[in-house]
Design a protein. Structure first.
Length: 465
């Protein structure tokens, strides 16, 4: 029987085959928690590291490297001998302060690796670790959700240096405010004191007028979005759909009796800009209707299919939702982009005939319908509480969407002068809808009627089913 003689060098080589260097247990809880990749836009790229343990982690010998189409094991940052990360602490490495020596782009695959010597402590690969690695919005990131432990998903907003959390309809209070762009500065003054007060009073949703995103106000809007995210508010871009330059826009071409796809495409392009450039959390459609003339535009097309103003409105809603689905990850509500729509409140039948607003058709694609149930019409015409509840119920029964009731922050005084409602009265007006099928309330508008009442205790989960 022959003996097999193996050299020591061969044994050493065999021992190394398939053997990865072991990670020091002292650094094993260091994770890559959030990544923003914006090099293609000339914006900051950054990486958030997180100590997901109850003990301090020594960072001596830890390096962060990049692999992409341009670099192989490029060292982005090397920690010093005395660097440490306390339990639960976060460390953000950023191209803005040169703690990252180069950026990277969400348009292509890249890998960030955290190493301790030759041992891999943590790794993030855009294509492997993100279920749907879409290009990020300017304010977006890839976040672990839940914070520190979950899978990475793309989000329209980021949480740099703080707990990863994305606000959704499920984890926010259903109280909203319509806000004009001229109010942004007031919300940002004194370290966002007004914004923080609004949040404290229980209003988690802001419908910010589209003019905030125009060039002259764009920088202020970006600050507003960042501050709102940091303070737990969802910002929805308030879009004027079929109204532009002081005139109504018909979604049907009367001469050809066909949908005006060019109108649809223009609105959707604007929506994409609000998402990509500003990272809004939702889209709020106003003027998503006809000015009382919808009944004039009913016809049978060349295929024998009956079309109408209501179907045209619903078709736009469908196309918008299909566009947004491209950004969303199925089964992850954190990526769902909320769509809401303002409705005229005369009732469902009138809404369909006059305004082309069919809550059943629209509700297939819209998350929240917001009928403007404004009780105060003049100094002498004020609708009662029962009327308000009836209107909310009618819309709720005709749609799969949630209904949040719109109510004014003002009434009319002598000579029909606009008069702000007192805090107590406005609170009572909101409470009216607790005994309806509404699932939220929306105030029109910010800047008129402050201070707003505290609505934290309004229990929209237990209204009439």
């Amino acid at each position: 029987m022959k003996k097999t003689i193996v050299s020591l060098a061969a044994l050493a080589a065999l021992a190394l085959v398939g053997c990865e260097p072991k990670v020091n247990p002292a650094v094993a809880g260091l994770v890559i928690n959030e990544v923003a990749a914006h090099d293609d836009r000339g914006l900051d790229s950054w990486v958030e590291l997180y100590n997901n343990t109850a003990s301090e982690i020594p960072l001596a010998g830890i390096t962060v490297t990049l692999n992409d189409a341009y670099f192989v094991d490029k060292v982005l940052y090397a920690f010093g001998a005395n660097d440490k990360l306390a339990a639960g602490e976060r460390c953000v490495l950023n191209t803005a302060d040169n703690t990252l020596v180069t950026g990277f782009s969400s348009e292509e695959d890249f890998t960030i690796t955290v190493k301790s010597g030759n041992a891999v402590v943590a790794k993030f690969s855009r294509d492997k670790d993100v279920e749907k690695p879409v290009k990020l919005s300017n304010n977006g990131s890839y976040q672990r959700l839940p914070d520190g432990t979950g899978a990475f998903i793309p989000t329209t907003s980021s949480t740099r240096g703080r707990e990863n959390i994305v606000y959704t309809l499920e984890n926010t209070k259903h109280n909203a405010i319509w806000v004009w762009s001229s109010r942004m500065e007031a919300w940002l003054e004194d370290d966002c004191a007004y914004m923080k007060d609004i949040k404290r009073r229980g209003y988690d949703h802001v419908l910010l007028n589209y003019s905030a995103f125009e060039h002259a106000k764009a920088n202020t809007a970006k600050k507003f979005l960042a501050a709102a995210s940091a303070n737990g508010l969802m910002v929805h871009a308030w879009v004027q759909a079929f109204y532009s330059g002081g005139s109504w826009v018909n979604p049907i071409d009367p001469s050809t009796k066909k949908l005006r796809q060019d109108v649809f495409d223009k609105i959707i392009a604007n929506v994409n800009t609000y998402l990509d450039e500003f990272g809004v959390d939702g889209i709020h459609l106003d003027y998503i209707r006809y000015p009382g003339t919808a009944s004039k535009y009913s016809y049978i097309d060349e295929n024998g299919v009956t079309c109408s103003g209501a179907k045209a409105v619903a078709e736009f809603c469908r196309q918008l939702r299909e566009n947004l689905k491209k950004r969303e990850v199925e089964g992850r509500p954190e990526t769902h982009i909320v769509v809401s729509a303002a409705l005229m409140a005369e009732g469902v039948a009138t809404g369909i005939k006059s305004y082309g607003q069919d809550p059943y058709l629209m509700g297939k694609y819209i998350d929240v319908l917001m009928p403007m149930i404004y009780r105060y019409q003049s100094a002498t015409l004020v609708y009662g509480e029962e009327w308000a509840r009836k209107q909310a119920n009618e819309f709720a029964l005709g749609s799969d969407a949630q209904v949040w009731a719109g109510t004014t922050t003002y009434c009319y005084g002598e000579g029909n002068a606009v008069t702000k409602l007192g805090e107590e009265q406005l609170r009572k007006d909101c409470e009216v809808f607790l005994t309806s099928r509404a699932k939220g309330v929306v105030l029109f508008r910010d800047g008129l009627g402050q201070p707003f009442p505290d609505v934290n205790d309004l229990d929209w989960d237990n209204t009439i089913k």
